[in-house]
Design a protein around this ligand. Structure first.
Ligand SMILES: Nc1ncnc2c1ncn2[C@@H]1O[C@H](COP(=O)(O)OP(=O)(O)O)[C@@H](O)[C@H]1O
Ligand SMILES: [Mg+2]
Length: 572
């Protein structure tokens, strides 16, 4: 059986997650992790040598002392011991510091890389997949889970250092007192078995519960804060706090288990070793063998010296092993998320068209159903040519937003084909505009570079926001607040449209993008959009007759069918 499955840890996944550019940091960490236990052993040998030399005892029985000193040469063993002790202690502390700084900076780098890779992934997976997970879960995975997963590297490196330390020091004890060395190995194996059979399932369950509850807490907090105005008005604070309390209670229980259970293995080891030493002392007293008692006492003395370094190594080794099941849950989540398939191009390039007006978008026999839901529409056909101004009408829930999402390439049809002429030239304004907590300018640029400020003012004029922005204390540098909280609903919507217009799209898709405007402003904004020569074609969803009237053609979705209608008369 592989060690990974023995302790329930996906070592293969960890290796795959490791960023290759950090391999030199890893090598430096591993090397310093090996040097520390060697220096520990040298320090312990120097202490034993010093004590025995000061007592003027014979060094013949001290096999460990032979690592540093051969009796019979002219150098004073006390001087040798003191010098080695001083140098090795200093070197050990410096190496330990080097190990910590290398390994911890590596872990921080990994955490940063995982955070960015995961965020990038969530922006690349199909939109419906993102919607299924939900914002809160994605945020939790990008922050807490990626942090926990990167922390696995610190735990693994510590484990490597402690394993090396434990083995080397046990070897030192083995040289001096083979039975004691063997006893330590037996006890460590016993503690490992305990972790495998007793603790692993409990730790895995606690870690899964911890992850689940943190996810729930994020979800609860997200919707509670999103609805904070309604919560105040409807006085529903208590009802929304209750699930938080129950989640926190379960989370606390899982965390207590994760913090306490790993200690059981150490307690078993510690108790076992103490019993072993007591049995050895009692045995030697019972047999009344003075020779054996002297050796035992010498060995006990050495145990105290080496034990000073061995005890923390074994303790950290066992608690590191016991933490692996907990960390494996985060590693599994991160690898699963990073392995999930990206959003494929939903569109295909439009068929070469010899007509004078180029076809920008074509929906051919498109049917769509949300996963595990009945179809929204079937066999939909739509041709959008340059210059078209199409109003998409239909009752609420008929599938207008879904159709625009398909046209925007956010999701793929269940059957049929969607052809697009230039996928980089599509702009889409959803029903709810989301603004960045940034300046008006940044909200319009939305990642593009500013070439000419006049273009910004031109799109602001098209959406009738120019005079408002001009009167703001910081103009286009005014910060809009969390999701545009400092703007009205209509102003937010118009900023969303300005963002789309700034891109001079070949195809502009507007999903009830002017629903929060008064009819006069809506008419002006729609006029500017319809007349704009910078835009190839516009497809817009509206429930307002006045806005619909501006279209050049009308399509209606009802009962799962998309039909062209003569005029906007069915807009209601
Ligand atoms: N993510 C989703 N999962 C399942 N059903 C959905 C999802 N989004 C929308 N729907 C359903 O699809 C139907 C069409 O929705 P939508 O396109 O938003 O309608 P419209 O924009 O015409 O009001 C509705 O019945 C709605 O309940
Ligand atoms: Mg809609």
């Amino acid at each position: 059986m592989k060690f990974g499955s023995y302790v329930s840890f996906p070592f293969g996944a960890v290796i795959r997650l490791f960023p290759p550019k950090l391999r030199f940091k890893l090598i430096k960490s591993l090397l310093s992790a090996l040097v520390v236990p060697m220096l520990n052993l040298i320090t312990a040998a120097a202490v034993v040598l010093l004590v025995l030399s000061l007592q003027k005892s014979s060094l013949q029985d001290c096999h460990l002392c032979f690592l540093l000193y051969y009796p019979g040469n002219n150098v004073n063993p006390v001087v040798v011991a003191v010098l080695i002790l001083a140098v090795s202690t200093l070197a050990r502390h410096m190496t330990e510091w080097f190990f910590l700084s290398q390994s911890r900076s590596m872990v921080q780098e990994i955490s940063k890389i995982l955070f960015l890779r995961l965020t990038d992934k969530y922006l690349s997976i199909p939109w419906l997949e993102f919607a299924r997970r939900g914002r809160a879960q994605c945020m939790k995975n990008c922050t807490i889970t990626s942090d926990q997963a990167s922390h696995s590297f610190a735990v693994l490196l510590d484990l490597f250092r402690n394993t090396a330390s434990m083995l080397l020091l046990t070897m030192g004890i083995f040289i001096q007192a083979p039975l004691l060395g063997l006893g330590i190995l037996v006890m460590v194996s016993g503690a490992l078995l305990l972790i495998r059979w007793l603790l692993k399932p409990k730790l895995l369950a606690a870690s899964t519960e911890q992850n689940e509850k943190i996810e729930n807490l994020h979800k609860c907090l997200a919707h509670t804060f999103d609805a904070s105005r309604e919560v105040r008005v409807y006085k529903s604070k208590q009802a929304l706090l209750e699930p938080l309390q129950s989640n926190l209670m379960h989370l606390a229980r899982a965390r207590v288990n994760l913090a306490t259970l790993p200690n059981i293995s150490w307690m078993l080891f510690d108790g076992g070793i103490t019993l072993l030493i007591c049995a050895a002392v009692l045995g030697s007293v019972a047999f009344n063998d003075p020779g054996k008692q002297v050796t035992l006492l010498a060995n006990l003395g050495m145990m105290i010296v080496i034990g000073g370094a061995l005890v923390p190594s074994v303790n950290n080794f066992l608690s590191g092993i016991a933490r692996l099941p907990e960390l494996s849950v985060s590693i599994d989540i991160i690898t699963r998320e990073l392995d999930s398939p990206d959003h494929d191009a939903m569109w295909q390039k439009v068929v070469v068209d010899l007509q004078t007006r180029p076809r920008l978008l074509q929906l051919k026999d498109v049917s769509f159903a949300y996963p595990d839901h009945p179809p929204i529409f079937q066999g939909a056909n739509l041709d959008v040519y340059c210059g078209d101004r199409i109003a998409l009408l239909g009752p609420s829930g008929s599938g207008k937003s879904t159709l625009l999402m398909l046209a925007a390439g956010l999701t793929s049809p269940s059957s049929g084909r969607i052809y697009i002429q230039e996928c980089d030239a599509v702009a889409y304004v959803p029903q709810e505009t989301v603004l960045l907590d940034d300046t008006i300018l940044a909200n319009i640029l939305f990642g593009l570079d500013l070439v000419d400020e006049a273009d910004i003012w031109s799109v602001l004029a098209n959406v009738h926001l120019d005079s408002l922005v001009r009167h703001l204390p910081h103009g286009i540098a005014t910060v809009t607040g969390d999701n545009g909280v400092r703007l009205s609903g209509g102003q937010r919507q118009r900023l969303g449209i300005a963002r789309a217009l700034y891109r001079k799209p070949r195809l502009l898709l507007l999903d009830e993008a002017t629903s929060a405007l008064d009819s006069q402003t809506e008419a002006k904004v729609m006029d500017a959009i319809i007349r704009s020569t910078d835009i190839g074609a516009v497809v817009f969803v509206t429930h307002r007759m006045k806005a619909a009237e501006k279209a050049s053609s009308f399509f209606n979705i009802q009962h799962g069918k998309l039909n062209q209608v003569a005029d906007g008369g069915c807009a209601a």
